[in-house]
Design a protein around this ligand. Sequence first.
Ligand code: NAP
Length: 245
Amino acid sequence: MKLKDKVAIIFGGTSGIGEATAKAYANEGARVIVVGRDEEDGDRIVGEIKGNGGEALFAKADVTKAAEIKAVVDKTIEAFGHIDILYNGAGIHDSYKTAVEIEEDEYDKLMAVNLKGPYLATKAVLPHFVEQGSGTIVNVGSQATHVAGPGGSAYVTSKHALEGFTKQLAYDFGGEGIKSNLIAPGFIKTPMTEGIEDERLKDIPAKRAGKPEEVAALAVFLASEDSNYMNGSTVTMDGGWVVGR
Ligand code: NAP
């Protein structure tokens, strides 16, 4: 029970890696707020967590909207009294579009979800962390944090930038008991990667896609006290993919 009595907000908790993370946090004793736009998935996941003896709530929110994020934070405080862990996992892909191919509105939308979303959520949660003198932020980057190719122009830019955001958070708030780290998953089998598995697997030394649960185990480590001396770090979990590129 590495997260016993902790309260975690999981943005992007309604699918894939975030869903697995919400369940893993709950299994470790955390009370979790599963956040996303899809109510049906949110309710299903909360039901599964409760069925396993865990505590969870769904909060519907679009991460590009500050008012909806604030409502999530207010709901969390109202239900559980405090917040210990912020997981910024909401993200969308750009179908490998180049800077010429991607339209301005698609570019803006991707940046709003992948980059501005984590900023808005962090801005809403940080005052609570600062007040209590502790808190953990887990941001979700990608292999696209390290190299070009796993996405297109907007996706790769957003995931590189998220690493800078994570480092600056560590720099600005590390002295206040707040740690911020980034997970850089490789190719993980989720709805986001459906249909592109075969082509990409041959480049991965592990010769298989990762499982959401494997990334979730890393997210547990980064949320737990076991990683208390880590701050501003990027941790890669990619079956060795990036070393061969
Ligand atoms: P996924 O199954 O498609 O899940 C994406 C999540 O983001 C969903 O919970 C979705 O919730 C949420 N989301 C998207 N737009 C949102 C918005 N505007 N407001 C609120 N929530 C929004 O994808 P995944 O593969 O698990 O990816 C999760 C994270 O890991 C992403 O940041 C992704 O870039 C990163 N990642 C994935 C891989 C991979 O191979 N799968 C590799 C590296 C990094 P709703 O639809 O309910 O809103």
